[in-house]
Write a protein that binds this ligand. Structure first.
Ligand code: SAH
Length: 261
């Protein structure tokens, strides 16, 4: 491996056991796979051994893109796109029976996750999401109420994703070695039947609003967006709590009421 671009979060997986462990999390046979940031193809090679129906790769680095294109030029069900995942129309690309997978560039991994959480159609066409994050970010995504890791990202993620399993990956499994431990998380889309948020951006808006006043009791904040009657209709809400002590379900409910105004 001749080079790695730090700006593109390039830490390539070199540990075969970890690669296999990721690939074996779900059945890939006959599935439509989307791989984000394939690098030199460490995961890609193993994905192809599982005989997927189709494999779409999105790789931003033009030299890696060319390398991947050449490497898989003989395999007809592989498509390689040279694009930035954050600009790419991912939602239209994803067909039924899809699985999204990626050892993500860490500088933009929360943005990638949020992009997927914002899909217009939900349940989406994908069945599973397998992402490698920095451990700290993984913990924030999975943070439960109340805990230090609980916050905007965990509330948003738990609205649309069900956590299935996770494992840690040591820095020694990469070249170049990253500074921190990583975490692989497997999710599937979640449908929260009890809540009807029209637009997921409103849940983001609400949680941003509350968590930007992290130390304030919700008492003050909530009065700025809901009237007394609406506030009373939220069961189990204690007004002297701080934002991090309020359950995700309560934020869903607040968002619903906010949308109805
Ligand atoms: N999957 C490979 C590479 C992981 S490193 C492996 O496990 O070895 C992250 C990869 O994402 C790199 O190949 C990097 O070039 C690519 N990447 C970085 N930013 C990207 C972006 N915005 N869109 C698509 N790919 C990106």
């Amino acid at each position: 491996m001749s080079y790695a671009k730090k700006s593109l979060g390039q830490n390539f997986l070199i540990d075969k056991n970890i690669i296999r462990k990721i690939i074996n999390l779900v059945k890939l046979e006959k599935k439509n796979i989307i791989e984000i940031g394939a690098g030199h193809g460490a995961l890609t090679d193993e994905i192809l051994k599982k005989k997927p129906n189709l494999l779409n790769i999105i790789e931003k680095d033009v030299s890696l893109y060319k390398k991947l294109k050449l490497k898989y030029s003989n395999i007809k069900n592989v498509r390689v796109y040279n694009d930035d995942i954050l600009d790419f129309d991912l939602e239209s690309l994803i067909k039924k029976n899809s699985i999204i997978i990626g050892n993500l560039p860490y500088n933009i991994s929360s943005q990638i996750l949020v992009k997927i959480l914002r899909f217009k159609k939900w349940p989406p066409n994908f069945e599973n999401l397998i992402f490698m994050f920095q451990k700290e970010l993984g913990e924030k995504i999975l943070g439960i109420c109340p805990s230090v890791n609980y916050g905007r990202l965990s509330i948003l993620s738990s609205y649309r994703l069900k956590f299935l399993s996770k494992f840690l990956v040591s820095k020694n499994c990469f070249y170049p070695k990253p500074k921190v431990t990583s975490m692989v998380i497997l999710f599937k889309p979640e449908i929260k039947k009890l809540y009807k948020i029209e637009n997921i951006l409103n849940l983001e808006k609400i949680t941003n609003f509350f968590f930007s006043n992290k130390r304030k009791m919700v008492n003050k904040t909530i009065k700025k967006i809901l009237n007394e009657r609406e506030i009373k209709s939220i069961s189990g809400l204690r007004l002297n709590s701080r934002p991090s002590e309020i359950m995700p379900e309560t934020y869903y409910k607040i968002t619903e009421l906010f949308e109805k105004k």
